[in-house]
Ligand binder design. Structure first.
Ligand code: CUA
Length: 342
């Protein structure tokens, strides 16, 4: 029993360390700073309450321990109004203080921000789609935003309830079918921020990840203009040409690649797959080998994925050609893998 207790304690400490690294405390957005401030108050009260209760208990155990020669029951009493009122008023005051602080933080976090960059986020089993109407661009699985400008993510879901969460940027917000919810954040320095789905949504809930890539405003502008003008480059090698042919016949019904006849919207936009840091919605590192592995049998990487397996339809050479073509789709001059990770 004691061992289980120690294990539990160790787990809690580890969880605390992980949280300390990942969530709220190493905060990177103005919204998250509010949550971090709140957390400090809650922790301070928790320490005081724990100290008070545990201290009183320890004192009572020591002070009123049984001594040699003690006989019968110690003195008994029934009520102590002063103690009871104190024990009611103290928690009430603490809860009221936390209520006011929480309400203030919520108002600040939920206030619409003038001049924010609007991003339409659609959650699907098991990936994320991003549209930035103001720029006229669509990105899948990896959202690119500028540093220093507030972002207003307008969330919805195409199937079940998901939850949008980038631990280092802001709290989580549910993405609900038929409804619109908002998650607001502002990134304060460039980086590659991990995002997760935080609502159990099916067999690959834990694999429903994404990235927020925050760029300097200048780099962001350059990226957006380049993407707006982007047309997929022509295949350069016989292998890429073979890959393109396969792509247009097998994949174009679900996927979009700008500048080609591929305009499907059921699956992620693959226009600049070569620039992505991850594949399969944040699950695999973006390498040709991983891309082959994914196309071969998506469900092996992500159970429940809607994309069919191609292992029986395409040879290994076909798969490699497809990967070579897709990896060639990129905007030159952007290395997102070099961004610091959060
Ligand atoms: Cu989507 Cu969990």
């Amino acid at each position: 029993m004691r061992k289980i207790g120690y294990l539990g304690l160790a787990g809690l400490i580890l969880a605390g360390l992980a949280f300390g690294h990942n969530v709220a405390i190493v905060s990177d957005s103005l919204q998250d700073r509010e949550v971090a401030r709140l957390l400090k108050w809650v922790l301070a009260f928790a320490v005081v309450i724990f100290g008070g209760v545990a201290g009183t208990l320890a004192y009572a155990v020591y002070r009123f321990r049984s001594r040699p020669g003690d006989t019968g029951l110690p003195p008994q009493f029934r009520e102590n109004p002063r103690l009871e009122i104190t024990l009611t008023v103290i928690p009430l005051v603490i809860v009221l203080i936390l209520f006011v602080l929480t309400a203030q933080a919520l108002v600040k976090i939920n206030r619409p921000i003038a001049g924010a960059l609007g991003v339409e986020v659609t959650a699907r089993q098991f990936w994320w789609d991003f549209k930035i109407p103001e720029e006229g661009i669509r990105l899948s699985s990896e959202l690119v935003v500028p540093v220093g400008r507030p972002v207003e993510a307008k969330l919805t879901s195409a199937d079940v309830i998901h939850s949008f969460w980038v631990p280092s940027l802001a709290g989580k917000t549910d993405a609900i079918p038929g409804q619109v919810t908002y998650n607001r954040f502002m990134v304060t320095h460039p980086g590659n921020y991990y995002g997760f789905c935080a609502e159990l949504c099916g067999p690959s809930h834990a694999q429903m990840r994404f990235r927020v890539l925050a760029l300097d405003p200048k780099d962001y502008r350059r990226f957006v203009e380049a993407l707006k003008a982007y047309r997929a480059p022509e295949p350069q090698t016989p292998e890429q040409r073979r890959g393109q042919k396969l792509f247009l016949s097998r994949c174009a019904a679900c996927h979009t690649v700008k500048g080609t006849p591929a305009a499907g919207v059921i699956g992620p936009d693959l226009s600049i797959l070569g620039n992505r840091v991850s594949l399969a919605s944040g699950v695999l590192k973006n390498t040709p080998a991983n891309l082959v592995r994914w196309i071969k049998d998506p469900a092996a990487v992500k159970p429940g994925a809607k994309m069919p397996a191609f292992k029986d339809q395409l040879s290994d050479a076909d798969l490699e050609a497809l990967a070579a073509y897709l990896e060639s789709l990129k905007l030159p001059g952007f290395d997102f893998a070099a961004l610091p990770k959060y």
